[in-house]
Design a protein around this ligand. Structure first.
Ligand code: GBH
Length: 457
C-alpha cells in the first residue's frame, strides 16, 4: 500500500502544492473583537429563517484565538500550503477610510506562524463578508464598491505583502452575486435580478481594479489570481430544450465569469438570456480591459456537476430568485452517487472542468484546485469523504496527464465550520470540531491524507 501511494504521489509534478482551505467568517468567530466591524453575514444571520437553526459565525471555531492549534493541525497533516481569507470588516470596519491595525495584526501573527511551519499562505481577499457599511450604500450593486475593494486590497497588501506569495482577489463571485443578490439564500439576502447581474459585474470590476493595485506593488515571484466555482452543467435528456437549459445554466454559473476574465468578451447570449431581467447598463466602456487583466493563476473550486432540465421560460421573471427564472430546473439523476448532503459525486466532472477550461481559453493561466470537499453530518469514520478526496485527487492527476497545467490542490476544509445558510449541521472538515468545547479531533480522512502526503517523504 505504501508503495502504491508513493507511485500515486510521484505521478504529480515536482513542486505540486498540497493544502487545505478555510474562510474568515466560517472559522474565526470573535465577531465583535479588536475593532472588527459588522459584515453582511453578521446582519443576515440575524434575519429569522435565513440560516438553519439561527446559527451565526459569532463564535464559529474560535479560530481567532485558536489559530496556533489549527496551524499545528496543518503541520501534522504535512500540507505545504494553506488558503485562508482576510475579513474586510476586521481591516476596514467601515469598509473604507480608517484602518484597524488590530485586525491586520491577527493576520500578521497567522502568516508568521505559517511561515515558521513552512506552510505557504494563499490569501483570499474576499470570501463573502462585505462590510455592512458598504452594503448600506448599495453593496455590490454599486460601482463604488468595486473601487472600495481595490483600496482594501492595497491596505492588506501593504501589511502582508512581504510574506504572502499567492493572492486571490475573490472567492466565487457567482455566490456573492447570484446567490446573495438574486436567490437571496446568502447575504445580503436580496432578490433582485438586476441587482444580481450588476453585482456580478461589479465584483469582476473590483477584481480587475485590485489586480492593478497588486501588480503595481508585487514583489518578484508573487502570484495574483482569482477563484471561481465551476460546475459543468449536464442536460437531463437528449432533448433540445434540456440542452438549451443546460447552456443557460452554464452561462449563469460559469461563462458569465470565465468569458470576461479569460475570453476578453461578455458572453454573446447574455442579452438573450437575461434581457428581460436586466438592461445590463451597468457595463461601461473599458470595463472589459480592467476585468481581463492578465492573471498568474486561476483557482477552481469544484464540488459537483449540475444536472438540469428545461422549465417554462416564456416570460422570464424580473427577479432571479431561482434558476427557474431562466427556465432551468436542477435535478438529481437516479442512482447517482451522493455526498452526505445529497450532492452528486462525479469526480470526472473535475477532469471535465479542468480540461474544458484549458480547451476553451488558450491563454488560461496555470490552475490550482482551490477547493474540493465533501459535506456530511460529521462522523469521525468519514469514509465517504475519504473516497471523495481520493477520487478527485485522481481526477486532478488525470487532468495533468491530459495536458492541463494544474499546480496544486486544496481540500475544503481543514476543520468543520460555519457552512453558510446550513449553519453548523453540515460539516466539511478533515478535523471534527465540537462546538460546545471547541475540541478538534482528526477524522479518518485526515489520517488518510496525512499518509498520502507522507508517502513522498
Ligand atoms: C464553497 O461554495 C465555498 O467557497 C465555501 O465557503 C463553502 O463552505 C463550500 O463551498 C462548501 O459549500 O443550500 O442554501 O446552503 C461552493 C458553492 C454555494 C454550493 C452554496 C452550495 C448551497 C447553498 N456552494 N450552495 S444552501
Amino acid at each position: 500500500a505504501v508503495e502504491q501511494r508513493l507511485a500515486e504521489r510521484a505521478a504529480f509534478p515536482a513542486g505540486f502544492v498540497w493544502g487545505t482551505a478555510t474562510a474568515a467568517y466560517q472559522i474565526e468567530g470573535a465577531a465583535a473583537e479588536d475593532g472588527r466591524g459588522p459584515s453582511i453575514w453578521d446582519t443576515f444571520c440575524r434575519v429569522p429563517g435565513a440560516v438553519a437553526r439561527g446559527d451565526s459565525g459569532d463564535l464559529a471555531c474560535d479560530h481567532y484565538h485558536r489559530w496556533q492549534e489549527d496551524v499545528d493541525l496543518m503541520t501534522e497533516l504535512g500540507a505545504g500550503a494553506y488558503r485562508f481569507s482576510v475579513a474586510w470588516p476586521r481591516v476596514l470596519p467601515e469598509g473604507g477610510g480608517r484602518v484597524n491595525q488590530r485586525g491586520l495584526d491577527f493576520y500578521r501573527r497567522l502568516v508568521d506562524a505559517l511561515r515558521e511551519g513552512d506552510i505557504e499562505p494563499f490569501v483570499t481577499l474576499y470570501h463573502w463578508d462585505l462590510p455592512q457599511a458598504l452594503e448600506d450604500r448599495g453593496g455590490w450593486r454599486s460601482r463604488d464598491t468595486a473601487e472600495r475593494f481595490a483600496d482594501y486590497a492595497e491596505v492588506v497588501y501593504d501589511a502582508l505583502g512581504d510574506s504572502v506569495s499567492h493572492w486571490i482577489t475573490l472567492n466565487e463571485p457567482y455566490c456573492s452575486s447570484i446567490v446573495g443578490y438574486g436567490e437571496g439564500r446568502h447575504a445580503p439576502g436580496a432578490r433582485e435580478g438586476h441587482g444580481a447581474l450588476a453585482a456580478a459585474h461589479h465584483l469582476l470590476l473590483g477584481h480587475g481594479l485590485a489586480v492593478g493595485r497588486l501588480r503595481e506593488r508585487a514583489r518578484p515571484g508573487q502570484r495574483i489570481g482569482v477563484t471561481l466555482n465551476m460546475s459543468p452543467t449536464v442536460p437531463a435528456t437528449s432533448s433540445a430544450e434540456d440542452a438549451a437549459a443546460a447552456r443557460r445554466m452554464d452561462l449563469l454559473v460559469n461563462r458569465q465569469f470565465t468569458e470576461p476574465l479569460f475570453g476578453g468578451t461578455y458572453p454573446a447570449d447574455m442579452a438573450d438570456t437575461f434581457g428581460a431581467i436586466s438592461d445590463l447598463s451597468f457595463r461601461r466602456e473599458g470595463d472589459l480591459d480592467v476585468i481581463g487583466a492578465p492573471l498568474d493563476f486561476l483557482g477552481v473550486n469544484y464540488y459537483y456537476r449540475i444536472h438540469v432540465e428545461a422549465a417554462p421560460y416564456d416570460e422570464p421573471d424580473p427577479a432571479l430568485r431561482t434558476a427557474d427564472d431562466i427556465g432551468v430546473r436542477a435535478v438529481t439523476p437516479r442512482e447517482a452517487r451522493l455526498s452526505g448532503l445529497g450532492w452528486v459525486v462525479e469526480p470526472d466532472g473535475l477532469h471535465q472542468t479542468l480540461v474544458g477550461l484549458a480547451g476553451r481559453y488558450p491563454d488560461l493561466p496555470p490552475v490550482y484546485v482551490t477547493e474540493n470537499g465533501y459535506g456530511d453530518d460529521g462522523a469521525l469514520e468519514d469514509t465517504g469523504r475519504l473516497d471523495y478526496l481520493r477520487d478527485h485527487i485522481d481526477a486532478t492527476r488525470e487532468a495533468i496527464h491530459s495536458g492541463v497545467d494544474v499546480r496544486g490542490y486544496f481540500c475544503w476544509s481543514l476543520i468543520d465550520n460555519f457552512e453558510w445558510a446550513r449553519g453548523y449541521a453540515a460539516r466539511f472538515g478533515l478535523v471534527h470540531v465540537d462546538y460546545s468545547t471547541q475540541v478538534r479531533t482528526p477524522k479518518a480522512s485526515y489520517h488518510w491524507l496525512r499518509d498520502f502526503l507522507a508517502a513522498s517523504g
